[in-house]
Design a protein around this ligand. Structure first.
Ligand SMILES: NC(=O)c1ccc[n+]([C@@H]2O[C@H](COP(=O)([O-])OP(=O)(O)OC[C@H]3O[C@@H](n4cnc5c(N)ncnc54)[C@H](OP(=O)(O)O)[C@@H]3O)[C@@H](O)[C@H]2O)c1
Length: 224
């Protein structure tokens, strides 16, 4: 597949390497332009492009930027692509400003969908960088961990499930986007590197109190 990735940082760059390694054609963009991406392009095998070009002819675009930067991303860049995958997490105070709608209970990916003005799928938000880089395994391998994929379009969910598998992880369809709070930071599914059966249980056990507790904690940590 042809994959565009907006955000060439820790997650975008690591995902680019994993997807190139599994045979995908990956284009990477950041906010400063392709001339700043020579090293990451060399390291990952992805092509460096401008953000306005990243979705051209792409089968899917992965948006992996800080949530605070989302209002600066022109939605027209992803308007024409059939699948948009959101990896983003809200880290209040530590990395993001307080966002009133999220603090009042808006589901993080529902906000992304609202600001982009189009449907999105949530995936790759529950794994940290060392695990994404090192824990991918071939399908059927013992100890292969699983990642959840939430969304409303069955076609988009299927594409995201296939990319999770290509990156080296079992893929679990976790339900509609309005239930994707079950994989937000602080929940039992978040950064716990579970196999598929346990991941499903963790999603079922999630509570909104988990998210509140995590946000209170993260806000006390030094800024990143
Ligand atoms: N780090 C993790 O372990 C982890 C795990 C799961 C999910 N996530 C989520 O994934 C997202 C990315 O995290 P990260 O750790 O990879 O961040 P990061 O290392 O800080 O990288 C952010 C990237 O986004 C780009 N960017 C920022 N604003 C942009 C814009 N308006 N248009 C295009 N590109 C833009 C930056 O490019 P410039 O430098 O040119 O601005 C940079 O390449 C976050 O929402 C985070 O919550 C992170």
């Amino acid at each position: 597949m042809k994959i565009g990735i907006i955000g060439a940082g820790k997650i975008g760059g690591t995902l680019a390497a994993r997807l190139v390694a599994s045979g995908h054609d990956v284009a990477l963009a950041n906010s400063r332009g392709p001339s700043t991406l020579a090293q990451v392009a060399q390291d990952t095998g992805a092509r460096a492009v401008g953000v306005s070009e990243v979705a051209i002819a792409a089968d899917a675009v992965i948006v992996s930027i800080p949530l605070r930067a989302l209002p600066e991303l022109d939605p027209s860049h992803v308007a024409g692509v059939s699948v948009v995958i959101d990896t983003m997490n809200y880290a209040p105070v530590r990395r993001d400003p307080r966002i009133a709608e999220l603090d009042e209970g808006e589901v993080e990916s529902m906000r992304v969908q609202r600001l982009l003005g189009r449907d999105v799928v949530k995936a790759f938000n529950t794994i940290n960088v060392p695990s994404l880089r090192d824990l991918g395994r071939a399908p059927g391998s013992r100890n292969r961990i699983a990642l959840p994929v939430a969304g409303d379009s069955s076609n988009s969910v299927d594409v995201a499930l296939s990319l999770v598998d290509a990156a080296g992880f079992d893929a679990v369809a976790s339900g509609p986007l309005d239930q994707s709070w079950r994989q937000q930071p602080g929940t039992p599914a978040f950064c716990t590197n579970l196999p598929a059966d346990d991941l499903q249980l963790a999603l079922d056990q999630a509570s909104l109190a988990d998210i509140e507790a995590w946000r209170s904690h993260i806000a006390t940590l030094p800024p990143v």
